[in-house]
Design a protein around this ligand. Structure first.
Ligand code: FE2
Length: 442
């Protein structure tokens, strides 16, 4: 960004402690393990995050993407690697956002990493994905053979039933929102412009068995806002807030919009169909980037869309600050019972991993002690799993006493217990954003 924000450096939490970037890319094959790595975990856990090479950014969201990964095989941890995603913007962070949005290769690729159709893709919401090798070398931008004409959200959804990849791209100029659907084998099948009023930050969306649900929420792009918030985005009291329900293979004219109370949601936990209703569980902020008001932490809410009555009801499910919510990949868009979240301390990192039982309305937690801090808990299924929570939660956890990190593996069916395994890394992994367990079989 050319415009530097007025936020004082000492207020920038993302430059300090374990949020600060690391400056070396390493490969380590001798990894100490406490406990026993489940032998059925064969694959790689990758996690993306902002890691500004210069050591400075105006906002946590703007550091260049660095992937941290651990390969597991047959009960062993083969390696830890961290690598930048090598895009044209690496070491060129002073470009204005509005310029980089015109060139879909100019990604900072810092938000998420997924596996789909045999490809590993590093994602950021304004540009094309970047394909990486399983060893985290950058292959290059990926655009479905030239078919993808917009960026890709950092939160595409792989349907657990069909294997399709459902996603969207958004722009600062029309078309502001475009929906895309790719087949399980990676062919872009459909791109539809979805009409919305203006350029908003559309961070995530929802899928169910038959529908996609867009969240048209009042964080609008405004380059004058960069000075205040470090991002050219601000809350609007006028924009309103809506959910747009569309059949998965539908078009703009099929979208039914439902007004909801203004709020911001970075991340839904999950969504599913229940008869004539669609249930969406989200980490909801009452507002964000609002003039004169500090952000409020996200808490778990449930929206129920009654498709017949044309109404949405909402209820708060808990008052704890939680985000980075995950369910098992195979249950994305499906009825589910258990949700896994990062419960925040004062900063957007996990002071605990909290598991919600949506059936009973209760929760349990793995509380990190002595200042240890984790991130998004990613679910990896156990071999031959039958129960929904028969599997593991994976996350990097930083230990401030040693200033090093571990890959922590918890038993998802008993999160309160000591970790099943801890893979000790020789370095720290900065607090970051999203990741995936990508088994060899995918
Ligand atoms: Fe996100």
């Amino acid at each position: 960004m050319n415009e530097q924000p007025q936020m004082k450096v000492e207020d920038r939490f993302w430059l300090k402690g374990n949020f600060a970037p690391v400056h070396e890319e390493i490969t380590e094959t001798k990894l100490e393990v406490t406990g026993a790595i489940p032998p059925e975990l064969n694959g790689r856990y990758f996690r993306n995050g902002a890691n500004p090479p210069s050591g400075d950014t105006p906002h946590w969201f703007f550091g260049h993407g660095m992937i941290h990964g651990v390969e597991l095989n047959g009960g062993k941890a083969n390696w830890y690697r961290n690598r930048y995603v090598r895009t044209p913007l690496l070491n060129a962070e002073d470009q204005a956002v509005d310029e980089t949005m015109e060139d879909l290769t100019k990604s900072i690729a810092n938000t998420h990493i997924i596996g789909h159709a045999g490809k590993i893709l590093a994602l950021e919401e304004g540009h094309w994905p970047y394909e990486l090798s399983p060893e985290l070398d950058t292959v290059g931008p990926y655009n479905y053979g030239g078919k993808l004409k917009t960026g890709m959200t950092a939160h595409p959804k792989v349907c657990g039933e069909t294997g399709e990849l459902l996603f969207f791209g958004y722009g600062l100029t029309p078309p502001y929102l475009t929906y895309h659907r790719a087949s399980a084998d990676g062919e872009l099948l459909q791109s539809e412009v979805i009409e919305v009023k203006g350029a908003t930050m559309v961070h995530d969306f929802n899928i169910t068995r038959n529908h996609v649900i867009f969240m048209d929420l009042p964080l609008i792009w405004d380059f004058a806002a960069a000075e205040k918030y470090g991002m050219p985005i601000r809350w609007s009291d006028d924009y309103g807030a809506r959910l747009g329900v569309m059949p998965r293979n539908g078009k703009n004219e099929d979208v039914v919009w439902y007004d909801i109370d203004p709020c911001y949601v970075y991340h839904p936990l999950n969504a599913y169909e229940d008869g004539d209703t669609i249930v969406i569980d989200v980490c909801r902020m009452a507002h964000s980037m609002k003039e004169g008001m500090p952000d409020v932490p996200p808490v778990l809410y449930q929206w129920t869309i009654d498709l017949k009555a044309g109404k949405v009801s909402e209820r708060q499910l808990d008052d704890r600050a939680v985000d980075f919510p995950r369910v098992p990949d195979r249950l994305v868009g499906q009825p589910y019972r258990y949700g896994y979240t990062a419960e925040f301390g004062g900063l957007p990192a996990a002071a605990a991993f909290r598991k919600y039982d949506m059936k009973t309305g209760t929760s349990t937690a793995h509380i990190l002690k002595n200042g240890r801090a984790g991130g998004e808990p990613v679910f990896a299924p156990a071999a031959g799993a039958s129960a929904e929570d028969d599997g593991y939660l994976l996350s990097f956890v930083h230990d401030p006493a040693e200033n090093k990190s571990e890959l922590v593996i918890l038993d998802a069916s008993n999160v309160e217990a000591d970790p099943v395994a801890r893979v000790h890394l020789p370095v720290r992994v900065p607090a970051g954003f999203h990741g995936s367990w990508i088994p060899d079989a995918v």
